[in-house]
Design a protein around this ligand. Structure first.
Ligand code: HEC
Length: 147
């Protein structure tokens, strides 16, 4: 009995000194911290995505596939098709999104930006999606920060 206590005390001491040694090391640089938080953030995002209702998951999938290339994965208008003039709509911009109530958003998606009196750079998508899919995309766009 006495021995086990002694051994566990030694183990505890050893554990403490390991913590102290590593704690005092140079390892706490900002780079290490970034490296530590990035994977955790990725895991969290995946967990959040998994909990999204089906409509938003589908909306996100369709948006990434068909719209992200111009509007950007985050919807801020900064997709890979850079250099478009005018720039693709920024769905994270609250002031801009206020000008797009649902009926206008549906019309813009179904009939293209030309039908909104704008350029013809945003194609009409009405024949690509069924009405439910368009609803999913609209619901997803509403989550991008501009509402
Ligand atoms: C080829 C690039 C491109 C793709 C792909 C694209 N867009 Fe666009 N989109 C644009 C551009 C550019 C504008 C800005 C047009 C303007 O202001 O004249 C725009 C504008 C819009 C607008 C705002 C219209 C308005 O009245 O201001 C909406 C809504 C929109 N896009 C939705 C979508 C959706 C949803 C998808 C995917 C299904 C999509 N776009 C795919 C380029 C694109």
């Amino acid at each position: 009995m006495q021995n086990t206590i002694k051994i566990s005390k030694i183990a505890l001491l050893a554990a403490c000194s390991v913590v102290m040694i590593t704690g005092c090391g140079k390892k706490e640089g900002p780079k290490d911290k970034a490296a530590q938080t990035t994977p955790a953030a990725t895991v969290d995002q995946a967990a959040i995505d998994q909990k999204l209702p089906y409509s938003l998951k589908e909306g996100k999938r369709l948006f990434s596939h068909y719209c992200g290339v111009c509007h950007g994965e985050t919807g801020d208008g900064g997709g890979q098709y850079y250099g478009l003039t005018p720039t693709p709509a920024n769905f994270t911009d609250k002031a801009f999104m206020k000008t797009l109530p649902d009926e206008k958003l549906f019309k813009a998606i179904n009939e293209g930006s030309a039908a909104m009196g704008k350029s013809n750079l945003c194609p009409p998508w009405g024949k690509s999606f069924n009405p439910e899919e368009t609803e999913f995309i609209v619901a997803y766009i509403r989550t991008l920060g501009g509402s």
